[in-house]
Ligand binder design. Sequence first.
Ligand code: ZN
Length: 269
Amino acid sequence: MNQSNTQAMNKIRVTIWNEFVHERTNPVVKNIYPEGIHGVIAKVLNQQDEFQARTATLEEPEHGLTAEICEKTDVLTWWGHAAHDEVSDAIVDRVQARVLQGMGLVVLHSGHYSKIFKRLMGTTCLLRWREAGERERVWVANPGHPIAEGLDRCIEIPNSEMYGEPFDIPAPEEQVFISWFEGGEVFRSGCCWRRGNGKIFYFGPGHELYPIYHHPLVQRVMGNAIRWARPQGVWLNPAAAAHAPIEQARERITSKGPQLHDATGSLQV
Ligand code: ZN
């Protein structure tokens, strides 16, 4: 195998998913993201050797998330806003299963209300918001965390949409960022969870009317988050994880007491 193949194998395979609606319908958004939010994020990642990014959008067959593409994705990022309900439940099932196996998921901004995020969190994921173009300071709450690598004390975003508490999520397992907004609110804007073998990161900034994904430190967080969320252990094999009895113990034991199951494993009632 030549060296370029070896390098390609070691790259983190990222799929950047975007519903890609506002960039085509709103002239302000179109002007900021002529190639779509997904286009900007993928371009930035592909300028870095360690990532191999592709894009997928709502209108593609199976929303661009075929079984084969999910199989070849280490980390999926998700941006959606206007069309959450148009995402098919079958694709949500597929993405959820893949996260449980070990795929990382980075959910961005209004993706907080996507079907996949609500499914994985199990709560409403509702929050408070205000669209006033106000200043946001994304404070680093956990400077030793890999997702905060290379950042100073905070990221200053001159114009942002306010997202505020209460944010109806399960308590994050790790809190990386807490945002302050000019109007006075605060928001848990960088949160980590694990579901099955997969890691999930939610990142608050990213309102489509402001050039937030062009901000170099936001781009830095994206790279850090994808690196953190990549599968680092062994993928969970669904067949191996099946609910099955283990008849033979590793050590010699004497079976004691009555059993509810017969020799075939069937439940006797
Ligand atoms: Zn927004």
